[in-house]
Design a protein around this ligand. Structure first.
Ligand SMILES: *[C@@H]1O[C@H](CO)[C@@H](O)[C@H](O)[C@H]1NC(C)=O
Ligand SMILES: *[C@@H]1O[C@H](CO)[C@@H](O)[C@H](O)[C@H]1NC(C)=O
Ligand SMILES: *[C@@H]1O[C@H](CO)[C@@H](O)[C@H](O)[C@H]1NC(C)=O
Ligand SMILES: *[C@@H]1O[C@H](CO)[C@@H](O)[C@H](O)[C@H]1NC(C)=O
Length: 382
């Protein structure tokens, strides 16, 4: 068997060569990886039709030295990112996986379908990637390119967050491909993540950003196996993408709808049932203050999200992310649908200066310490 302590120290030493790093302390006793089920399809390649396996997802399991909680955590990264998000930060500190392992949780880290170590059959759909320009402007240094008022308060990214800064570059190197056929991506994730839970049993899911949309789908398909969701700045707002200021009363009718089922691309269980997305009646709400976006919600009486309303949900939004503009709409959408959602805007609990990748920023463990008691209340201690 591989000596994991040596591996851990070697990794920490490599990181320390470039960045300040915490002393490496063993956080896990065992690791394992496997792939979820995918499905066989017939596809033509090089003039020949043959069977290929598609949709399977890479999952890494880390077991702590002492397991204290009965329900494991499943982490799902957002667009262009993978399970590495939770292992360490781009400046060489330990990630959320280590934090929760030390608390005694079994941790699963998954790469989404067709991303990272989850295979993509070339020519299925189409691949794109976030540019370095977008990443610095939207995620790591929005304060230098303020396109929304809250951006000026972004202070927590380690380093300047600008192209050429070694920590930015380390983060940039972790960017992966993004499937532009978002419906295909959602279908494959639904296939593989339901297969995963059918295999491993109940989990608490901790998704980031676009990973949240696939988590809503998973919770809808397997409400009895998703014990809780901790959504970190979920993809949103409901129905259409945020168009950016200035907001016209026509917004979002003027921009195309990305999430016809409110918060997802694929159908969800509503009551009364929705057999066609156009049955969800939309109601426009003007922004309550100039730094917030308008929302599109359901018209009252709203249909209930019958499966998602069985799952306690914590949703976090940071002070200075572009999500601070519209995440309140997503929280309202859940409340309308009867979901037991607790929405926390981090500055309201004294956590300031974060952007969209809060779990990689300087105070990443401060945020983890805020989240952990909420999870611990839901799962039974061994
Ligand atoms: C695939 O995506 C690239 C980059 O987004 C785009 O330039 C290209 O036109 C797309 N190709 C197809 C076949 O959709
Ligand atoms: C910036 O942060 C301060 C302190 O938290 C807050 O009072 C102020 O409203 C914030 N500014 C914007 C534009 O969000
Ligand atoms: C998601 O996957 C489950 C299990 O395979 C399936 O029952 C369900 O219909 C799928 N959901 C959608 C919207 O395709
Ligand atoms: C859904 O309803 C709209 C509006 O009534 C209609 O145009 C569309 O064809 C329907 N879609 C399906 C798949 O039935």
């Amino acid at each position: 068997m591989l000596d994991l302590s040596i591996l851990l120290f070697a990794t920490a030493a490599a990181a320390a060569a470039t960045f300040p790093s915490q002393p490496a302390v063993e956080a896990y006793a065992r690791r394992n990886y496997f792939y979820t089920d995918g499905k066989y399809i017939n596809a033509a390649r090089n003039g020949e039709t043959a069977q290929y396996l598609v949709g399977q997802v890479y999952v890494e399991q880390l077991v702590p030295l002492k397991v204290r909680y009965e329900v494991p955590l499943l982490f799902i990264a957002g667009l262009g990112q993978s399970g590495t998000n939770w292992l360490n930060t781009p400046d060489g500190r330990e990630g959320w996986a280590s934090f929760f392992l030390r608390q005694g949780y079994i941790v699963y880290l998954a790469d989404q379908a067709q991303r990272g170590r989850s295979p993509w059959l070339p020519d299925e759909g189409n691949m794109s990637q976030f540019s370095a320009t977008l990443i610095q402007e939207q995620f790591t240094a929005p304060q230098d390119f303020p396109s929304y008022p809250q951006a000026i308060n972004h202070t927590q990214w380690p380093g300047s967050g600008r192209i050429g800064d070694p920590i930015f570059d380390a983060f940039m190197k972790s960017q992966l491909q993004v499937q532009t056929d978002t419906e295909m991506q959602a279908m494959y994730n639904n296939l593989s993540f339901t297969a995963l839970l059918d295999e491993i049993g109940p989990v608490i899911v901790v998704p980031h950003s676009e990973g949240c949309m696939h988590t809503w789908q998973l919770g809808d398909a397997r409400p009895e196996l998703v014990k809780a969701i901790v959504a970190l700045e979920p993809l949103g707002p409901p129905f259409a993408d945020y168009g950016g200021p200035p907001f016209s009363p026509e917004w979002p009718k003027s921009s195309s709808e990305k999430r016809p089922y409110g918060i997802t691309i694929l159908p969800l269980h509503y009551n009364p049932p929705v057999t066609n997305a156009s049955q969800l009646t939309r109601q426009y709400h003007p922004p309550p203050s100039p730094d917030l976006a308008p929302c599109t919600l359901q018209k009252d009486p709203a249909r209930r999200l019958t499966h998602l309303s069985q799952i306690p949900t914590l949703m976090l939004t940071t002070q200075a992310s572009y999500h601070a503009v519209y995440d309140y709409c997503t929280a309202e959408y859940f409340k309308q649908g009867g979901v037991d959602v607790e929405w926390i805007h981090l500055p309201n609990v004294g956590i300031y200066g974060n952007g969209h990748f809060m779990f990689l920023e300087r105070n990443s463990f401060g945020i983890a310490r805020f989240v952990e008691p909420w999870i611990a209340k839901i799962v039974r201690r061994k």
